[in-house]
Structure formats: structure tokens, C-alpha cells
Design a protein around this ligand. Sequence first.
Ligand SMILES: Cc1ncc(COP(=O)(O)O)c(C=O)c1O
Length: 396
Amino acid sequence: MINEKMMQLGNVRSVIRELFEYGKKRIAEVGAENVYDFSLGNPSVPAPAEVNAALIELLQTKDDNYLHGYTSAQGDANTRAAIAADLNKRFGTSFRADNFYMTCGAAASLKISLTALYTPGDEVITFTPYFPEYRVFVETTGAKFVEVQSDPDTFQIDFDNLEAAINEKTKAIIMNSPNNPSGVVFKTASIEKLAALLEARAAEYGHPIYLITDEPYRELVYDAETEVPYVTKYYKNTIVCYSYSKSLSLPGERIGYILVPDEIENSADVYAAVCGAGRALGYVCAPSLAQHMVEKCTGLVSDLSIYKENRDLLYNTLTEYGYSCVYPDGAFYLFVKTMEPDAGAFCERAKAHDLLLVPADSFGTPGYLRIAYCVQTDMIRRALPAFKALADEYRS
Ligand SMILES: Cc1ncc(COP(=O)(O)O)c(C=O)c1O
């Protein structure tokens, strides 16, 4: 016998993968310039030049053992110290190298953190809309996955819904801001209110409720006034799951970290559990070359001006065409209300215009679709008549 649950997970094709395959077929039929693929969150902007320069310098100056050998299980000490120094400079924090555990990206950070915290009977809450893999990570850890509906107009936290969902079994809340798929950034006031609520409930239940902040898009914001609060400063029981996949445009390098601040209750035990979970899951020693590169590139970000141009072009034009969409402060997604309640049916009709859009049911928010605008600006320009024709179809 094999593990049925794993077999199911492996067999279920994601909507995004289906679209990707469909897109390849259509490209063969009508040509790449006539297919408008907005399905994948794969950064379209190149990594900062310093990334390749750092890799070249490393390859030219370091020996093979340093480049390709194991680091310590939790990651290279110099890399972790460089990350701590960068965050301390940017956010006025006082992290140390030993607060960090290097990982293969945010997916690994989340799975390790959830495994480290899990005890039988736990519930883990997240806000809609959410990255669909959260359900997989939580449920395969053994915990119950609990969705809390956000405010439908703003996609900020709905505190009435959250208060009703938290109970003595709540072990953690996963939050993601800037958000995939809505692009929304949680306001400081929301974080403060969330912190107060979690403190109060933790005191009532006699155990901490951890806030796991999933932050691959932290740096991807486009307006000077948009502030992404550094959550550890507002709530002490915060675990940060970070990834360089989007900020440095290198999702294939699989590099990120978990931050367990000293302020967390029993922080040494939580950090030990993170190391233990990393070990149990086989996630020890994140890729060495990527770690050494990160040591030299902390604090850098890809050129965001292209994403900003894409966001402005799409948001302004689609809303002019009659599409309804919350203003996306960050990440590289537009979350659009579909013009009929069945998002799947709407996205099927979009396909007739060679628009590949992702129905958002698996993000916990039916009646919406996700547009990933990490694409060439030129493709957006070519796609606009198709968006207009689709909207006109629904109006007529
Ligand atoms: C919200 C969110 N969390 C986690 C991940 C996984 O990131 P990584 O590729 O670094 O594992 C993604 C990837 O798209 C994401 O959008």
C-alpha cells in the first residue's frame, strides 16, 4: 500500500498547471503573440545584477568545499548574521544570526514552522483569500485548516469573523501581506488590533497563539505611502517565513528563511523545534551557493518599476472597462470580481479570447479570478482588447 493522501495530492492537477498546459497548446495553434497568459506568479523582472555578480565572484574566488559543501543544518552562520544585520538596519530590530533557520523558500519555511508548532487537536487559521498551498501544508501536518472570511470590500481582516473562529485549539494564524492573490497590504492598525486580540485570547487560554507571517512579497509595494509593518514589532509571538523567490526574482534557487525572534515565549524551545522539524522533514542545509549569494545581496530588490507600470496599466484600464477589483498595494496580482458568480465558467469564456486567468475558488474566495501581472508589459497591451471584448460580452 502507498499513502493515499499523497497519491491524491500528486494526481490532482492544479488549475494553474492546467492553464499552463492549455497555453502551450494554444501557442502552438495561434502563436505566442496571441496568447495572454496571466496564470503564473513567476517573476518576469530579472534578478538584480548584483546577484549574478556575487555568484560569479563566489565561483571565481572560493573553493568547491565552500561553494558546494554542506553548511550547518540551520544554515551558514555568516549568511544568517548578514540577514540579521540587514533587518536590524531596516526595521530597528535586534535579531541575531541564531534567530534564523535557512530554508528552501517560503514553502519550506511554512511547512517546517507548522510542523514545529503542531500538537494533536490544533487548529490553524488563515484569512481569505489565501495561497492554496496553506491548506496542503496545514492538513498534512495534522492540524485543522480554518478559513476566516475577510472584509469582502477591502480584503482587510474582518475582526468579527476572526473573533468567532479563534478558540482554545487555535495554535497559529497564517497571514500573508502583501497578499497573494489580492495584492492587499494589512494596515498597521489591523496588525495592532490583531496583536491585542491574540494577546487577550492567549491569556484566556493559557497558551500562546503564534502569528506566522508569510512574507515573500514584503518588498513588492509600489506607492511611497504604502507601509508594510514589520510584524515582530507589534506581536511578540511572531514567526516570520521569508523567501527571496520574488524579491530577488529567483524562485528556482529555492532560498529563504524562518525567523524565530528572542521575544517569542520559550524562544529557545521554538527554535529547537524548528531545527527538529527541518531535520524530520529532510530540510537541512538549504542550498549552499544560494546562501552565500544571499549573504552578499541582503536588502537588494529587483527593479519594481516594471511591476508598478504593469499594475497601473492593468488596474486603470480594467476598472475603466467595468471590471471590479480591490486596489492592489503590492505583490504582483490583481484580484478581479468575475462578471458571473461562477469564476470557473467566466475563466472558460476568457479562454475563448486567449486570456488565461486563474479562477480563485481554491484561494477561498469564489466569484473572483487572479491575474498575475509579472509578465511583459507588451503582452498586457496586446491583451487589453481581449479584456474589453470579454467585458462587452457580459454587458450585451
Ligand atoms: C503567498 C505565498 N507563500 C509562499 C509561496 C512559496 O514561495 P517559495 O517559492 O519561496 O517557496 C508563494 C509562491 O508563490 C506565495 O505566493
